[in-house]
Structures are given as C-alpha cells and as structure tokens.
Design a protein around this ligand. Structure first.
Ligand SMILES: [Zn+2]
Length: 68
C-alpha cells in the first residue's frame, strides 16, 4: 500500500507508544534528502530522523518498547 510516496509498513512497526495506534503509521522523508522518520497519523508523534528506513523503524520500535 502506497500513500503519496509514504510506504506504510505497519506490519513492521510496533503500535504508537503514545496513542496505541497500530495501523496509521507511516515512514518517509520529511523533506527531500532528509532523514527518514516514522510518524503516527493519529497523534503526530514521530521518531527520527535516520539515514535509512531500517534505522528509523528500529528507532520507532525501540521507543515503542519503552513504555514508562
Ligand atoms: Zn500516536
């Protein structure tokens, strides 16, 4: 599924650590040539940026696992 250049990769992403959303997450580059970041389209939190999608996903999943 592709939405305006943002590849939805929710199957690889843990649910949002803030609002619990698991479906409406997307990963993309906030600007051309910028770092990748994962964002939640519900509460608009984001984890980034990182030079690769894989690193951005890892950062997001790590953050998601750090529930206080
Ligand atoms: Zn959220």
């Amino acid at each position: 599924m592709v939405v305006q250049g943002h590849r939805t990769m929710s199957e690889e992403l843990k649910s949002c650590p803030f609002c619990g959303e698991a479906k409406r997450l997307f990963i993309g580059q906030p600007w051309e040539g910028g770092n990748y970041r994962v964002s939640c389209q519900v509460c608009w939190c984001a984890a980034g940026g990182h030079p690769t999608q894989a690193e951005a996903i890892t950062a997001w999943n790590t953050r998601a696992g750090e529930k206080a």
